[in-house]
Write a protein that binds this ligand. Sequence first.
Ligand code: SF4
Ligand code: SF4
Length: 299
Amino acid sequence: MIREEALRLGFTDCGFSKAEPLHEDAERLRHWLEKGHHAGMEYMAGHFAKRTDPTLLVEGARTVISLLDNYYTSRKQQDPEAPVISRYAFGRDYHFVMKDKMKQLFDFIAGQFGEVRGRIFVDSAPVLERAWARNAGLGWIGKNSCLISPMAGSFVFIGEIVLDLELDETRVPVHDHCGNCTRCIDACPTGAILPDRTINAGRCISYQTIENRGEIPQELKGKFVSRVFGCDICQDVCPWNRRAREHHESGFEPVPGLLEMTRQEWYNLDRSKYERFFARSAVQRASLEKLKDNLSFIL
Ligand code: SF4
Ligand code: SF4
């Protein structure tokens, strides 16, 4: 019933797992942090216990509901010379789009089951969203570290509702379908993909163009393949995204005029245009100044 309602609200998939500590994922996270692969994302090291145990996030937590929201579009920026932004930044900020729908789902659950306590998470708190989605049987974690849904591919946002209601698990493990494929590893222009299905953030274009508030290391000069906000390269080459379908979420529709921006217009980006295109966009995570620094870096 909850799953049906989630699909009716427009989610691509929905699964349930028991709220319990993620021991194996905790070890992988610890190792990644010890190696310093989180680069400047100090917040990743914080709240370690909460990050790996949802019962510390929500008192009495019993279930984690994982939700996928497809954002794939075949639409592209029209000027082949224009600096490239990640698909997920074409439309409205996914945090808001997903949270609106997740609140509706939460209200539906409360309407069916009476008083339910819980919290909604979309990249907003220390939650290992890919691990939960995998545990709920929604996909596997690919060599590029993305969750890959066998039916929707990896261009999906992930959200969780952690709640104190006990629900049946949907833990039907999805097998690892990466096999011998190494397309993502071969295609990554900066060699950021590590052998244990994690990413060395310090080398990843996504981190460097969005999160890094300092200078981008000069050793990465010439390797960004025109990316100025995020990077989809290791997903674009993944064979599991060949079956990705167009999303039907109006909130993810490209902001009018954004895909038509020419290279020249990108380099003339000023405050008013930045606000016009990105006022409600995930691009707000990078300030205009950061975007301009990224534009200079790829010159
Ligand atoms: S997002 Fe880009 S830079 Fe980062 S791992 Fe994937 S291909 Fe490499
Ligand atoms: S490109 Fe190949 S190895 Fe990489 S995530 Fe996709 S299937 Fe797995």
